[in-house]
Structure formats: C-alpha cells, structure tokens
Design a binder for this molecule. Structure first.
Ligand code: GLA
Length: 391
C-alpha cells in the first residue's frame, strides 16, 4: 500500500521527459487576451513579437507569443478550419514570430464553440493538431467553454455516476493531448478549464505541461489577490514539466497601483506560475518594464529547482509566503493586504536560517547584508517586500 502511494506521488512529481524538456521551468511569454481580447489582429501579434525583442522582454525570458481566442473562421467541406479575415496567413505569422527567435502559441477548445463563440475543435482534434504542427505552432491553450454543455449531458446520461462529467472532460482533454503528441512536433499543452475537478491531479496524464487553477483574472487588486492567495496548498502538484497556472499577468494594463502590480508579480513568481504578460507591449512605461523584467523576480520564478512556493503565515491583513530555491536559498514574500502600511516580520530561523542569512531585497535591488532572527519590513498598503535569503 505504502509502495503504491509512493509510486502515485512520484507520478505527480516527475513529469515525463518530453514534458520536462518543453517546460523545465514555468513557460514565459505574452498572450493577446487580457489587453486585445476579441479585437486582436495579425498586425497586433506581429507588433507584440517586435516589442518583445525591442523592449528586452525576450532576453528576460518571455519567448511565447500566444494568440488567444477569436482567430478562427469557419470549416470548409473537408473540415479544415480557416482563420478569419483578421488573420490572412497563419503560417506566415508563425514564420515571422520564429524569425524573431520567439515561439508561437494558439488557442482552441474541446467544445463546439470557444468562449468567444468561435469554432472549437470538437470532432476535429487530430485534424486541428496536424494543422497547428504544419503552421509551426509551439503552444496550445485548450479552453473548456462550450464543453460545459457536454459535461452536463454526460451527467444527464449517467445520473448514478458522480464522475461522469469529470470523466468526459478528462477524455476530451486527453484526446487533444494525444493528437498533439501524434504530430511529432513539441507543442506545449496548456489546459484552461478554470480548475474544475482539480486538474493538478490529472493534468500530466492527459499530456499537459500547465493547467489553469482558477477562473479568469481581471485587472483589479481584489480579483488578483483572491486568485493568488487561493493557491495555498497546491505547491506539491507543481514541478519541472508540470505547472499550476493562476492565469495571465495584468501588469501594465493600468488599473492597479505600482505596489499592487509588484504584489501581482511577486505572488506569481513565488507560485512558480507561468509568466504570460497580458499588456500592450508598445505602451510599456519604465515602471511596467521594471516590474516585468526584474531579474531577481524572474530568477525566483525560473529557479531550476522548480519548486512552487506556499503560505507560511496568514492573518487578517498580512500573508507571508516562501519558495525554496536552488543552493539552499529561500524567497520570501511579505504581503500587506491592509488599507495602510504594516510592519511585517519573518523569523529567519523558521525558514531554515538558524544562524541567519544574507538578505536581498528584490524590488529595492539591494543587498541588505547578513541578518539573523526576526526580520521586519514596513510594507505599504497592498504592497510587498520580496526577499531572497541565501547562506
Ligand atoms: C476564457 C479564458 C480566458 C480567455 C477567454 C477567451 O474566459 O479563461 O483566458 O482565453 O476565454 O474567450
């Protein structure tokens, strides 16, 4: 029994070699949805690719250019799905993105329709996967959307089976996972079904390297922290080749304060979340750049150990999270959710530094020297102090 439990645990923690190569660390890039939504055009995606290069985002690690929903047109008599008039030539778009040293991501779903009401992949999984491979697609986000109806039908058809809806959904996700594998092209597979039925437990078995754990984010502090802090307890399901995805970044979209965006970035890197920028890259301010391209923050996310962080402590106003890093280092986030500044402390001996450690402040970009015992920081309203403690 114990052996079986140990084997099950290994299956969760160690993703297949194929998955590890595709996503040894959390995927990074840009996605069209949070800013452009259903207005996105071929020109917007090309411009995002240009901007990833000119802003330094590509060098910082953001390499996927992901076109989200609303690129689809209609299927022809042979079932081939054609893009709509905003995307005249997908192969040419993929070639353009690749010519910039970037990778191309696309979007579909297991239902008849996508969330935007465009054509989904139901019944055409292998055909669509083959076409993506021919275009040169490197990433697929597969979004449940109208497959909710198929789940409901399964429950109706099998009223005595409490798992009917879950099983039909997992089978649909596996169908596309298998179809992608059959193309022979490495295509990163990203599940988007809002965390329904705990995808962190079955995501790897359908061939996925990442899965959304929650419903959609929006550009507000309330929604962002609700999602971010709800990830407590999920760290054991993430690791090289398989990542929990609390949704894309809103940094730079304008409706949060600088401290709130720093909280967003800090929480996501402690969560070892995929970092998919969702802003208009042609309008980035210096502050947006300094948040999205903070080298220490990115290094926390991309640490080769591949461990997701988790909550150490929570009270009414504050949250303290830690993430184990390589070489015995630890990242610490002191988060203030209150309406005014708060002094937040962490006892370094509680996080493995009995005789203290060297403390670096990520947002100040400053080494604070050797500290021991209780470390306290005054954190602004809705802000964060993000630290790396090393030996
Ligand atoms: C869902 C997803 C979003 C986005 C939209 C597109 O809401 O969760 O991330 O892909 O669909 O329609």
């Amino acid at each position: 029994m114990r052996l079986l439990a140990a084997l099950a645990c290994t299956a969760i923690l160690a993703a297949p070699a194929f998955a590890q190569q595709l996503a040894a660390t959390p995927p990074m890039g840009w996605n069209s949805w949070n800013h452009f939504a259903d207005k996105v055009t071929d020109a917007d995606v090309r411009s995002a690719a240009d901007q990833l290069v000119s802003t330094g985002m590509r060098e910082a690690g953001y390499i996927y250019v992901n076109l989200d929903d609303t690129w689809q047109g209609t299927r022809d008599a042979q079932g081939v799905l054609h893009p709509n008039s905003r995307f005249p030539d997908m192969k040419a778009l993929a070639d353009y993105i690749h010519s910039k040293g970037l990778k191309f991501g696309i979007y579909s779903g297991p239902g008849e329709k996508t969330c935007g009401g465009y054509t989904g992949s139901l019944g055409h999984e292998a055909q669509d996967a083959k076409m993506y491979a021919e275009w040169g697609v490197d990433f697929l986000k597969y979004d449940m959307c109208s497959f909710w109806d198929n789940r409901a039908e399964a429950t109706k058809a099998h009223p005595n089976d409490p798992n009917a809806a879950r099983d039909v959904m997992i089978a649909a996700y596996k169908k596309m996972g298998d179809a992608l594998k059959a193309t022979g092209r490495p295509i990163l597979y990203s599940l988007c079904q809002y965390g329904v039925d705990q995808p962190w437990k079955w995501g790897p078995s359908v061939g996925a390297q990442m899965w959304r754990t929650t419903d959609d984010i929006d550009d507000s502090y309330g929604r962002m922290v609700m999602i971010g802090f709800s990830q407590a307890g999920l760290s054991k399901y993430a690791g090289p080749g398989h990542w929990n995805d609390p949704d894309m970044l809103e940094v730079g979209n304008g409706k949060m304060t600088t401290d709130e965006y720093k909280t967003h970035m800090s929480l996501w890197v402690i969560l070892a979340a995929p970092l998919l920028a969702g802003n208009d890259l042609s309008k980035m301010t210096d502050t947006d750049k300094s948040i999205l391209m903070n080298k220490d923050a990115i290094a926390i996310d991309q640490d080769p150990l591949g461990r997701q962080g988790d909550r150490l402590y929570q009270s009414a106003d504050i949250d303290v999270w830690t993430k184990p890093l390589s070489n015995g280092r630890v990242a610490v986030g002191l988060f203030n959710r209150a309406w005014g500044p708060r002094d937040i402390s962490v006892d370094l001996s509680d996080i493995g530094f009995k005789s203290g450690g060297n403390v670096r402040d990520v947002w100040q970009q400053q080494d604070l020297g050797h500290k021991a015992g209780v470390f306290t920081s005054t954190v602004p309203r809705h802000g964060v102090t993000l630290l790396i403690v090393s030996r």
